[in-house]
Design a protein around this ligand. Structure first.
Ligand SMILES: [Zn+2]
Length: 315
């Protein structure tokens, strides 16, 4: 009987489940939409799918790793509150363990993606490593001295909520001028809208457009599109320069829907700003690159986490 782990990635709109071997190869990957799904049905779904996959691959399920939207407590596996899913105080790991009596490891999506990129992606073998996700919001996972860094209560790495512009636009967190409010997807849209309100013409003519549409416009040379992403990229670079001064990382990997979609349009101004502002020796060390693993990062990171946990238990 081959030993495999189960992994699951609970996203805002999809639930992914797969088995993984020790090398991080995913087997029997499955994806389900789970809009409006409650935590209980997600737990039931994961249980049923993993049992079926283990049976199908004639494998012994040694443990399960779960990547979920934060904030969550990785030591208890309790999801305190997930605004995206509408879940509150869900003892996820305990409930999953009641159905699947194997070791369970759980962490938030940013930390799992960081583990994945450092294991098999763009940050391979870096001991000092930051993974930044730019999408609807901005999150980060920190790997310091080769290990995931959680902070005192699990909330380390809230890069998106460092203040970049005192008195800047209001953020979802209630603060003003957070990096997220200046450089994530909705901010790119706002930068474009502000320029158009000042009379700039653009191929973006509808009243409502998305960050994806701004990026598409920029790709075909629309000046408002290009400048909106540049503005976001500069703010992102300021945030990254602060992180570089604080942690002196070898690699920063940029992932997430907006970063992947915008690619160098966002990365170039960010890199320029980073080089301009960070302490020279730290700026010279760091490589700023795109994520490699795409939407498999959550599953691969969840697999990495549970394999490491199983190794620790054996010691
Ligand atoms: Zn904020």
């Amino acid at each position: 009987v081959v030993e495999l782990v189960g992994c699951s990635d609970i996203g805002g709109s999809t639930l992914r489940v797969a088995l993984a071997d020790r090398a991080g190869n995913l087997l029997g990957k499955k994806l389900y939409p789970h809009a409006q799904s409650d935590a209980h049905s997600a737990i039931v779904k994961i249980t049923i799918e993993l049992q079926a996959l283990a049976c199908e691959h004639q494998a012994e399920l040694c443990g399960v790793g779960v990547s979920a939207p934060g904030p969550l407590d990785p030591t208890t596996g309790i999801i305190a509150f997930s605004p995206n899913l509408g879940w509150r105080e869900v003892p996820f790991a305990a409930e999953l363990h009641a159905r699947l009596p194997v070791p369970i490891a759980m962490d938030d999506d940013a930390n799992c993606a960081a583990l994945a990129e450092q294991w098999l992606g763009a940050g391979q073998n870096a001991r000092e490593f930051i993974h930044v996700i730019v999408g609807t919001g901005i999150g980060a996972g920190l790997i310091l001295n080769g290990r995931l860094y959680h902070g005192a209560r699990g909330s380390a790495g809230e890069l998106g909520h460092m203040t970049i512009l005192a008195g800047g636009p209001e953020c979802r967190c209630g603060n003003h001028g957070c990096l997220e409010a200046l450089a994530a997807g909705p901010a790119i849209v706002r930068h474009a809208r502000d320029m158009m309100a000042r009379g700039r013409t653009s191929m973006l003519r509808q009243d409502t457009f998305t960050a994806r549409e701004v990026i598409a416009a920029a790709r075909v040379g629309d000046a408002v599109g290009v400048e909106s992403i540049e503005t976001a990229g500069r703010y992102l670079g300021i945030g990254l320069a602060n992180a570089v001064n604080l942690f002196n990382p070898e690699v920063i990997v940029l992932g997430g829907g907006v970063a992947v979609d915008a690619g160098e349009l966002l990365l170039m101004p960010a890199r320029r700003e980073l080089e301009r502002r960070a302490f020279p020796s730290a700026a010279d060390t760091v490589r700023l690159v795109q994520a490699k693993l795409g939407d498999e990062a959550g599953l691969i990171g969840a697999a990495r986490m549970i394999w490491s946990e199983l190794d620790r238990q054996k010691e």
